[in-house]
Design a protein around this ligand. Structure first.
Ligand SMILES: Nc1ncnc2c1ncn2[C@@H]1O[C@H](COP(=O)(O)OP(=O)(O)OP(=O)(O)O)[C@@H](O)[C@H]1O
Ligand SMILES: [Mg+2]
Length: 525
């Protein structure tokens, strides 16, 4: 297999793991409650050596909870048992999970933005030092090897803050695979591809295959059904904390998998295709020749009621567009007008005052406040109507929150009272989107709006975005998910090398056409 992964398991190492005939992971009768919420209920699961085991389920079905128990984050209710390569795993101890050979890429990646790449790589394993002095040259060399193992060519001294979602994912995977005290027996990936374009998904899946081929068991969480058929040997589906089915992938069809996931058939094609509103004549958002970072020049006009998509691979400039328009990223050049107000580079406050709302791709660092309640997060950007000095009307805050949580089907129903951190990843995403929809913005800028959202909830979110456009908003969606752009937008602008290389609409707008424009062009440069 790929030479870059040959270090992950060797024959000698396999002999060192006791009970090497045993599956790498055996979970039985796992139960976990958070107050009244039953997150896991009698879960059993086995991952064999060299197997890629997909773990699926709707938002809030218990996937991350299971993983956090394996990682020693949560202690389950008494009674459950976990064996790693035949050895019992004591609960509630992150160090023990690591020494048993379990490695994790969590849903939020667990990177520290204020640190550099190399510091993040060694964050969990400790820095090699001699007499208390960190040995930087050696550290940098090791860091480069770790990055090369996952095909990343990146200066280890760079701060993590400025990295694209795809590179951040690669870095988290590199960290999980870095050789440590124990060989990697089990690699657990919690939605690693949520914001990756197809091309990078393929690269990641290659890594997953190579890791498994070397004997490591992989537990792979995803909402993307294609990936299950691409990479997994077995798929387990959770619903409401229980295992619905564990099926060898050759015995599965897409329809059967959807059925297991939702407990009913979902007409995916129907769910994602809906009538778009007719745009009004007036251009609300005018972007002229904006340049910021990898984005070299973009001009686009968006009318009220219009939905415009931005597509492009990582590095194409796509990831900078919305932040630059909003002013969060300081544009080097260009002009942004909302109606007749001209926005200032690096001045998001002015954008907000002009009626612009921006949902960033990175919800952990820019999107939400994890220790505030769902209701508080929702009402934060526009407290005006809820404010009667000196008091905030909390009762009304809850009522407003309940209405919006119902529209986007945020679960559980008690989510309005819970801190955002207690919601599942997909449900956090719904809260953050609801927060901006509620402001009825003139211009709605959405970066990866359905990242981590399950296939049922995605259609619901699309409906709400279309409703916002119908209400007169000019909407711009940037997404790695081309299907999403094609289903949701009147027009899609495709970027490559920092420039718009195609603009597709009507009959010409299709998934293959967008991919061709993004990829074919990329290959020739
Ligand atoms: N710290 C916590 N406190 C209270 N409830 C929690 C906590 N963590 C998770 N939950 C609840 O447990 C349930 C399962 O959540 P979990 O994060 O495991 O879902 P998930 O399957 O990973 O969903 P997603 O696809 O959205 O990431 C949800 O109802 C969630 O709200
Ligand atoms: Mg999760």
């Amino acid at each position: 297999m790929g030479p870059r992964l040959s270090t992950s398991t060797s024959d000698a190492a396999a002999r060192e793991i006791p009970g090497r005939r045993a599956p790498v992971l055996e979970v039985s009768d796992l139960r976990m409650t958070f107050g009244p919420t039953v997150a896991l209920d009698g879960v059993a699961l086995t991952v064999e050596r060299g197997q890629v085991h997909a773990l699926l389920g709707e938002n809030g079905s218990g996937k991350s909870t299971l993983i956090k128990i394996l990682a020693g984050y949560h202690r389950p209710d008494p009674g459950g048992r976990v064996l790693v390569a035949g050895r019992p795993l004591p609960f509630g101890n992150p160090t023990v999970a690591d020494s048993h050979g379990c490695r994790f890429v969590h849903q939020d990646l667990g990177l520290v933005d204020s640190l550099s790449v190399v510091e993040n790589l060694f964050l969990t394993s400790g820095f090699p030092s001699r007499w208390g002095t960190i040995r930087w040259p050696r550290l940098l060399r090791a860091a480069r090897e770790d990055l090369a193992r996952v095909g990343l060519d990146l200066d280890p001294r760079r701060p993590v803050a400025g990295l694209s979602p795809a590179v951040r994912t690669g870095l988290a995977v590199a960290r999980a695979l870095r050789p440590g005290a124990a060989e990697v027996a089990l690699l657990v990936l919690d939605e690693p591809t949520a914001t990756l374009p197809d091309d990078e998904v393929r690269q990641l899946l290659d890594i997953v295959r190579a890791v498994a081929a070397a004997g490591t068991g992989v537990l792979y969480v995803t909402h993307h059904l294609d990936e299950v058929f691409d990479v997994a040997d077995v798929a387990t589906v959770l619903r409401d904390g229980r295992v619905v089915a564990t099926t060898p992938v050759p015995d599965l069809t897409r329809g059967r998998l959807v059925n297991q996931l939702l407990g009913s058939e979902l007409d995916e094609a129907h769910a994602s295709s809906q009538a778009l509103p007719a745009p009004r004549a007036r251009a609300v958002l005018k972007v002229r020749d904006v340049a910021a970072g990898p984005l070299r020049s973009l001009s686009v006009q968006v009318r009220a009621g219009e939905l415009v998509g931005i597509a492009g691979l990582t590095g194409s400039g796509r990831e900078s567009v919305l932040a630059a328009v909003f002013g969060m990223l300081r544009a080097e050049r260009g002009e942004v007008m909302v109606n007749d107000v001209s926005l200032r580079p690096g001045d998001p406050r002015r954008a907000i005052d002009a009626g612009v709302a921006y949902l960033p791709a990175n919800r952990k660092t820019h999107g939400g406040i994890m220790n505030l309640t769902g209701a508080a997060n929702l009402t934060l950007p526009d407290l005006g109507p809820l404010w009667r000095p000196p008091l905030l009307r909390l009762g009304e805050e809850r009522t407003v929150a309940r209405t919006w949580f119902a529209k986007l089907d945020v679960r559980p129903a008690a989510a309005v009272h819970l801190p955002l951190a207690a919601l599942s990843g997909g449900n956090q995403q719904k809260v953050l989107l609801a927060k901006w929809l509620r402001c009825r913005p003139r211009v709605l800028l959405l970066d990866e709006p359905t990242q981590g959202v399950d296939i049922g909830a995605k259609a619901q979110i699309h409906q709400q975005i279309v409703a916002a456009a119908d209400g007169g908003a000019a909407v711009v969606v940037s997404s790695a998910d081309v299907d999403e752009l094609v289903a949701l937008c009147h027009r899609v602008v495709v970027l490559r090398g920092g420039h718009a290389v195609a603009e597709l609409s009507g009959e010409a707008l299709s998934v293959p056409a967008v991919n061709r424009a993004a990829l074919a062009a990329e290959r020739t440069t």
